[in-house]
Design a protein around this ligand. Structure first.
Ligand SMILES: Nc1ncnc2c1ncn2[C@@H]1O[C@H](COP(=O)(O)OP(=O)(O)OP(=O)(O)O)[C@@H](O)[C@H]1O
Ligand SMILES: [Mg+2]
Length: 53
């Protein structure tokens, strides 16, 4: 199966020593034409994930 967007174990840290873990172990698979929502509390990493994608 091929996907338009796919991440596996995606990790993103901020800070000089990586002290802010914005994303950790994110698995995401989105097929072409599929509409997905991204919900979660403030600061959970939604914007960070969208920017990377
Ligand atoms: N440029 C940056 N430098 C340092 N830390 C950051 C940066 N961008 C995001 N963060 C941190 O990464 C984490 C995830 O932030 P992000 O903005 O992705 O969350 P969010 O789910 O979009 O939040 P919100 O619901 O408030 O929009 C937070 O701890 C945030 O403080
Ligand atoms: Mg946001």
């Amino acid at each position: 199966m091929s996907y338009a967007v796919q991440t596996r174990a995606l990790r993103r840290v901020f800070g000089a020593r990586g002290e802010v873990v914005a994303l950790d172990s994110v698995d995401l698979s989105v097929r072409a034409g599929e509409v997905r929502g991204l919900l979660g509390p403030n600061g959970v990493g939604k914007t960070t994930l969208c920017k990377i994608v």
